[in-house]
Design a protein around this ligand. Structure first.
Ligand code: MLT
Length: 389
């Protein structure tokens, strides 16, 4: 047998695994120090009551002969697809049920979708970027070109007519920078994609952090998007499902063959999300569920505010933190990202994510998340101020 040689072109380990290794080494050497983790974007608030009740009920159904269920539909149960369809309707986006596919999260589908595209496509990703977009294409040996995101364009690159891309990744609110595209900026990407016969893979995993109704939460709020965009969303950050695993992918019929191809791919390679999890996910979209998750989202947004205010006090340049759980800051004293990572870990025992791990334009920047507990966020920022005010 021959190995997939493309794997040799990947970094040795996934960014967050490298960070976890470094932190574990520090803990082993300093067992008495209290670490505060504001690195990986993992939630800390438990599942809300409506979700837990729905999942308990589903467990009970599974324990009784009459209501037990085996394999479910690969593309998800209709009860959840209808709930998602109605969620979009509230934003005046009309979707057909067969355009909605339930998944075990945006990360898997963002990688899996590449099954539908030929190796010879040119892929455009912003830099810095969520490493999954780049790594999954490298694994397939596809050519990746970058759109520079930087301080000058507020980390929101716009299309360059001189670059011919076939597959374009956009994440808004952005991971890692927290920057958010407005409608006219997204329209430029939609127009570019439609005129180049390109597809946009739109990652909207952080849409629930948008609090300004003028900012788009779905790419389908933009005219023309249905003929060029696939949208990936997740309940991970919306409703604390990072460990529970449920998301959804929208593949519009207007994209032609892609909708049928995705169905074909999923029915062959995927057996659906567990019934119990889908019942929990359905509860997120009820009135009760929406109210309860908004309490958690407000909590994280307040943490983001505490972090942003600290950056202001320290005179540190940053973006994000307003419609996003991420704060993207310029490393103080011209430190490189990894120097700053080590410095913060050594001197304040705060774990963040080095910007360089997200691409070359991330060098000199650093990401903090607002997903920690209130106590830890406050304590981390007190420690931070001691170093930089
Ligand atoms: C992150 O920290 O960037 C996220 O946790 C990544 C993810 O959602 O997979």
């Amino acid at each position: 047998m021959n190995l997939n040689k493309n794997y040799e072109n990947l970094e040795q380990s996934y960014l967050f695994s490298t960070i976890a290794q470094k932190v574990n080494q520090f803990i082993a050497a300093n067992p008495d120090k209290k670490i505060i983790r504001l690195g990986i974007g993992d939630v800390t608030k438990p599942l809300c009551k409506a979700v837990v009740e729905a999942m308990h009920k589903a467990v009970d159904e599974m324990s009784v002969q009459e209501t037990f269920r085996g394999y479910g539909p690969e593309q998800g149960y209709d009860f959840l697809r209808v709930a998602i369809q109605n969620y979009y309707k509230k934003r005046n986006v009309e979707l057909e049920l067969n355009e909605i596919f339930i998944s075990d999260g945006a990360k898997s589908d963002l990688g899996n979708i590449l099954d539908l595209f030929d190796k010879d496509n040119t892929v455009l990703v912003p830099d810095p970027v969520y490493p999954v977009y780049v790594d999954t294409n490298i694994m397939n040996g596809r050519k990746v070109v970058f759109a520079n995101a930087n301080k000058e364009n507020s980390f929101l690159p716009l299309p360059d007519k001189n670059i011919k891309a076939d597959i374009i990744y956009i994440c808004s609110p952005n991971n890692p920078t927290g920057a958010v595209y407005n409608k006219s900026q997204l329209k430029e990407w939609v127009d570019y994609a439609n005129s180049n016969n390109a597809v946009i893979l739109f990652d909207s995993a952080y849409e629930c952090f948008i609090s300004d109704s003028d900012l788009p939460r779905s790419i389908y709020e933009i005219e023309g998007a249905k003929t060029c965009a696939i949208e990936f969303c997740s309940l991970s950050k919306t409703a604390g499902f990072t460990g529970t695993r449920c998301g959804y992918t929208v593949v519009p019929q207007a994209l032609g063959k892609l909708n049928k191809m995705w169905l074909r791919r999923q029915t062959t390679k995927f057996n659906g999300v567990p019934y119990i999890v889908q019942r929990g996910a359905e509860a997120v979209f009820t009135e009760e569920g929406m109210k309860e998750i908004s309490v958690n989202l407000t909590y994280y947004k307040e943490n983001a505010k505490i972090i942003s205010e600290t950056m202001k006090e320290c005179g540190i340049w940053f973006v994000g933190g307003e419609h996003s759980p991420y704060i993207w800051l310029k490393c103080p004293n011209n430190m490189t990202s990894w120097e700053f990572f080590d410095y913060l870990l050594e001197n304040a025992q705060i774990v963040g994510t080095p910007g360089a791990g997200f691409g070359k334009n991330g060098e000199g920047y650093f990401r903090l998340t607002s997903f920690g507990s209130r106590e830890n966020t406050i304590e981390a920022m007190e420690r931070f101020k001691k170093l930089f005010v």
